[in-house]
Design a protein around this ligand. Structure first.
Ligand code: ZN
Length: 88
């Protein structure tokens, strides 16, 4: 009788260990640490670029501080600056 009780007790302890380990792993998967950009070195901008080949327009909303950002490329060509909004 004693050994049966001990076996049940060990089984319960083992179950809780596995359960806790499982929830820990699941939680670490559900809440990955968010990747933070260097906000301090970015400024809000409003540059608009247009693709000279297909006409696609994009708006750049953030750029490194004290730097005129390079024009993005589309259709393998540099896009042209349409509107330079600066900070807003
Ligand atoms: Zn294009």
């Amino acid at each position: 009788m004693f050994w049966t009780l001990l076996k049940v007790l060990v089984a319960i302890v083992a179950f809780f260990c596995i359960y806790l380990a499982g929830t820990f792993v699941v939680r670490s998967f559900m809440h990955p640490p968010p990747a933070q950009p260097e906000v301090g070195r970015l400024r809000r901008v409003n540059y608009r670029y247009r693709c000279t080949v297909c006409g696609t327009e994009v708006t750049m909303t953030a750029a490194p501080e004290d730097e005129v950002p390079n024009a993005p490329r589309h259709c393998r060509e540099d896009m042209i600056l349409v509107v330079e909004g600066g900070e807003y």
